[in-house]
Ligand binder design. Sequence first.
Ligand SMILES: *[C@@H]1O[C@H](CO)[C@@H](O)[C@H](O)[C@H]1NC(C)=O
Ligand SMILES: *[C@@H]1O[C@H](CO)[C@@H](O)[C@H](O)[C@H]1NC(C)=O
Length: 180
Amino acid sequence: MSKASLILMLLVATICTFLDSATALIHVVGGSNGWEIPPNNTFYAEWAKPRTFGLGDRLVFPYRTGAHNVLQVLEKDFETCGNDNVINHYFRGPTIIQLNTTGEYYFYSGIGTHCEAGQKLHITVVNGPGSSGKFFHSTSEEMALAPAPAPTLSDTSSAGEVRVLGKICFALSFLPWLFM
Ligand SMILES: *[C@@H]1O[C@H](CO)[C@@H](O)[C@H](O)[C@H]1NC(C)=O
Ligand SMILES: *[C@@H]1O[C@H](CO)[C@@H](O)[C@H](O)[C@H]1NC(C)=O
């Protein structure tokens, strides 16, 4: 392999690594509903279910200041909508929380009876890349139903796509070695 093509290959690999490392996702809580009193009690659990929350990802709670807030509590308080152990209290919307540690996170809106109405979210942060849970199984149906969906605030799949592209690109950049 010539020196020029070696340099080119390393350059491509570097760019790919950069794409691959764009791993932190932004999860917009509740999708297009945002952080609201949900239509049913399982709404936020259903929103969280297909997702993977990775270390370094961010949660965005979209809401108007005063209309809602975000209390981070321990599991016991989460179950009872109590406030014996409030870890963090955020009240200026939108609230953006970077997930810096692995483990369980419990949130609810502490305004009125929002928590009792189901405005509560439990997530587990894992030591690995996050995922919107959308990239692999719903792109085909999304494309079939809506040929050119306009990107919205709730659409976080692009970061996942960039990351997957990064991995493919990285793998391809080493392909020439096989033929040397
Ligand atoms: C809760 O509401 C969401 C949004 O309207 C809906 O997609 C979901 O199926 C509902 N879940 C149940 C258990 O009714
Ligand atoms: C997470 O880490 C970042 C960067 O070190 C820091 O700016 C941010 O305040 C931390 N967030 C929380 C919720 O601890």
